[in-house]
Design a protein around this ligand. Structure first.
Ligand SMILES: [Zn+2]
Length: 261
């Protein structure tokens, strides 16, 4: 009887000992009380659990608020220094903007004429032809600009407007303009330029049909906070086949489409 009682006492004491160090260890990292063997092993784990446990079982986690055409999460733009010689891309689509600049070293391959990449030029020719068939003249007002040219342009516009903030709203800083990619083009009919383009036959036709030819209206109205630029009825950006995901007169921005807004 005595021995049983002693054994019981030992068992209870052991159980208590075993439990004591484990419980707090799971919450707070270091428990100096634990014996040499169980101590470090138990302590090593608490750091890890919080991450895999809550994140992995929740599929989708936070549900994307808008139409999320791109399934995978876009890569973060971690470029800096020489990394800026190569533009930020999401799903093969180049993004150059105030948030995603490029260095002066980035010079795209350009077609023999037009100041666009060969692919973009081909698409523009096709679109120009289609517009002509609808009785609309499409002319290039501005396309490729080098880093140095962009810097010069902004400087000139600040003087011209006499209003630096306004000049900056319409004109990108060097390294932050899509015009340096050879994928952006400002279009007009050869007569009406500026904001008035939105009400011209050309402006309306382009916003409706450009997506059929690989182009999107890059800075739609009301999206200044997302794009960094005011509504530009003349500025079109070649993105290739993805443009078909944009509806006629769509106000969706490239940033929203790529999930980086
Ligand atoms: Zn432009």
């Amino acid at each position: 009887m005595k021995t049983v009682a002693v054994w019981l006492a030992i068992a209870v004491a052991l159980a208590g000992c075993a439990k004591a160090p484990r419980l707090p260890a799971a919450e707070s990292p270091p428990t100096p009380t634990a014996s040499s063997q169980s101590g470090p092993v138990v302590d090593a784990t608490p750091g890890a659990p919080p991450t895999p446990t809550p994140s992995s079982p929740s599929p989708g986690g936070s549900v994307a608020p808008d139409p999320a055409p791109t399934a995978a999460k876009p890569p973060e733009d971690t470029r800096s220094g020489a990394g800026l010689d190569v533009p930020y891309q999401v799903n093969g689509i180049i993004v150059v903007s105030p948030k995603h600049p490029i260095s002066k070293k980035y010079v795209p391959e350009l077609a023999k004429s037009g100041g666009l990449t060969p692919e973009a030029k081909k698409a523009l020719d096709k679109m120009t032809k289609a517009a002509k068939a609808d009785g609309i003249t499409v002319k290039i007002r501005s396309s490729y600009r080098s880093y140095a040219e962009q810097a010069e342009l902004l400087k000139r516009k600040i003087v011209e407007y006499g209003d630096e903030a306004k000049a900056r709203r319409y004109n990108a800083e060097a390294g932050k303009s899509e015009h340096q990619t050879g994928l952006a083009v400002d279009l007009w009919d050869g007569r009406t330029w500026g904001d008035a383009i939105r009400n011209t036959k050309l402006g309306k036709w382009l916003w409706k049909h450009s997506r059929e030819y690989g182009f999107i209206l890059r800075y739609p109205p009301g999206k200044e906070k997302i794009t960094g630029y005011i509504y530009e009825a003349w500025h079109f950006r070649y993105i290739g086949a993805d443009s078909r995901k944009f509806k006629p007169n769509d106000k969706m921005t490239l940033e929203e489409y790529l999930g980086i807004a």
